[in-house]
Write a protein that binds this ligand. Sequence first.
Ligand code: CLF
Ligand code: SF4
Length: 297
Amino acid sequence: ASVEMEESIKERIAKHPCYSEEAHHHYARMHVAVAPACNIQCNYCNRKYDCANESRPGVVSELLTPEEAAHKVLVVASKIPQMTVLGIAGPGDPLANPEKTFRTFELIADKAPDIKLCLSTNGLMLPEYIDRIKQLNIDHVTITLNTVDPEIGAQIYSWVHYKRKRYKGVEGAKILLEKQLEGLQALKEADILCKVNSVMIPGINDQHLVEVNKMIRQNGAFLHNIMPLISAPEHGTHFGLTGQRGPTSTELKTVQDNCSGNMKMMRHCRQCRADAVGLLGEDRSQEFTLSRKYYKG
Ligand code: CLF
Ligand code: SF4
């Protein structure tokens, strides 16, 4: 049975450029930026730009309505036949904009049923929406989980807005972690492949990421993507402005190597913008721009 299971997983990731290193040479993904709001505040985030958890800080994506997004997906699919995956990853948190996010997925499932659906979230609202995610046959979910220690979390998140209340520091970080782990387990139970992104922040969570890796493995994550904090001032990230640096490529590789005995590590992430189009290494987003609405609310 486990051989069969492995075969079925292989098949499910064969055309996903992020979940399969091999696939990223042949298959493309696109993102539509339909989700401007966010429900937490990461210290490295500058709200003027795309979410830094599954996208590229310092760029401002083209914000679309669900209808515009569905139209754009059909246009791109007709021009780029290798486009197999549609992701929603910002510019804020997709699950902080549930109506827009799910409406977009619905339209695409209806008009282009062959395209796989992919969702990226900070995880806070994941337990809340797991049923919608199942109903819509969303194939892949990413949770950005930077720490399993609320004390460290308090250094990364300044607040968490949950059910109409704002929680600061350790209290907020605890709620976020609880929901992330609950969400991870729910995905596992629903047999939805889950990738975890962790932003590596030297001096804050770098030494701790092996522990994060252990915890997410125990909770059923399929793939771990440790991404470097992008901290150059031109990206406008908060930590960048206050002198917090990103890791060097050697530091990043060392941490990835320290985790890699344990589970599959993603090493080909390109930190895409929230309206990315094309193969992971190429950026064709400008080619398919619909409007000039470059604004994150
Ligand atoms: Fe997009 Fe993310 Fe889905 Fe891929 S990106 S929502 S899982 S379809 Fe991929 Fe881009 Fe890295 Fe994300 S290379 S930033 S891991
Ligand atoms: Fe910014 Fe993304 Fe963090 Fe929200 S989850 S604060 S958009 S980096």
